[in-house]
Design a protein around this ligand. Structure first.
Ligand code: PMP
Length: 349
């Protein structure tokens, strides 16, 4: 039988280990399910959905709602099934054969994988090996002739941020579409959204999967100039975002203030867990602006990962990524989950 395109044949699948664990701190989800008030509103809405009808292909109401929260219009908002689908559409519209995309490694691996699958040439720029910041290496992107530049702020898996000055400088020095991924923006309390009115080559990616407790729904959005959004609307699947997702995302976004309490709890725990980790001998925990912590172990990371799993705790082994030898990433869970993680880690290292 005929094989797939060479780029697909050469792609390693993005595997998450298929293991059982009672405490899952490996994929940066919120440890808290939706607040009850939002669940109740969704329940009421479920009775009113015309399941027999196709959804609005333009997701107009949701796009208007999101846009108006940022002083923008529906025409400045694109929505998709998670940030992942938005990233795929960015590559479909702006990447492809003969085009380049810059990534700052190590970063969210889906950028490299989706880039390669869409036959976009990836230009990986290495972060500072000491503190993983991209701050000083960003100028290397200026002369790359790329059509896309992806910068995660905070970055996954390193947790660091780049200053707004540096982002502005980048925007002024490139013709590329610069995508600032703020999937974890609610945890950093900082956003590049105010720069949108100044730069038409800026796009900002956000998701409902992290601070909004909706990883199970699959909903994400991009804010950008009208021209960029128009191009994404051309390449997306026609009915990409289903009726249920549109309805639930609207309810969650309308009630976004309710999530402040959960975000606050996660940030408090982040401070506590970071503090405790800094006291553990045999590991180095890196500073973070997100809901996860990257750390390096003196022991083999694979052994630490397995030791935690043997105690029912799943975290992420990042050792295969550039610069991250013996590094692991743990996301903040409930206080009880964090305690279990900390005491298991102490035992193992
Ligand atoms: N961007 C970054 C930096 C991420 O870490 C993730 C998820 N891990 C995403 C985007 C995509 O998230 P989702 O598809 O769940 O919206």
């Amino acid at each position: 039988m005929i094989g797939p395109r060479p780029q697909v044949a050469a792609t390693k699948p993005y595997h998450l280990p298929n293991v059982q664990a009672s405490i899952i701190l490996s994929v940066n989800e919120s440890p808290y399910n939706l607040p009850q008030a939002i669940i109740d509103e969704i329940k009421d809405e479920l009775d009113n959905i015309a399941y027999n009808r196709y959804p609005d292909p333009m997701s107009l109401e949701l796009r208007m709602l999101i846009g108006s929260a940022y002083g923008l219009h529906a025409a400045n908002v694109f929505v998709g099934n998670g940030g992942d689908e938005v990233i795929q559409n960015l590559y479909l519209a702006y990447g492809g054969q003969g085009r380049k995309a810059v990534t700052f490694e190590p970063m969210f691996e889906i950028y490299g994988i989706t880039g390669r699958v869409t036959e976009t040439e990836i230009v990986p720029i290495l972060r500072d090996p000491k503190d993983f910041t991209a701050e000083n290496v960003i100028p290397q992107a200026y002369g790359t002739d790329a059509s896309l530049i992806f910068l995660c702020c905070p970055n996954n898996p390193t947790g660091d941020m780049v200053s707004l000055d540096r982002i502005e400088e980048l925007l002024q020095n490139t013709e590329a579409l610069v995508v600032v991924d703020e999937a974890y923006g609610e945890f950093s309390g900082r956003t590049a959204i105010p720069l949108l009115s100044k730069y038409e080559n800026l796009a900002i990616l956000r998701t409902f999967s992290k601070a909004f407790s909706l990883a199970g729904l699959r909903a994400g959005y991009l804010l950008a100039s009208e021209g960029v959004i128009e191009n994404l609307l051309k390449v997306k699947l026609f009915f990409n975002f289903n009726r249920l997702s549109q309805a639930i995302a609207k309810i969650a976004f309308n009630n976004r203030n309710i999530f402040d309490e959960q975000i606050k709890k996660i940030l408090e725990e982040r401070g506590r867990v970071s503090g405790e980790m800094s006291k553990i001998k045999g590991i180095e925990a890196f500073p973070t602006h997100s809901n996860f912590i990257l750390f390096r172990t003196e022991k083999l990371a694979a052994d630490v990962w397995q030791g935690l799993l043997d105690r029912g705790i799943l975290i992420r082994n990042c050792s295969n990524q550039p610069l991250l030898e013996n590094c692991l990433r743990v996301n903040i869970g409930t206080p009880k989950e964090n305690d279990a993680f900390l005491s298991a880690l102490c035992e193992i290292v």
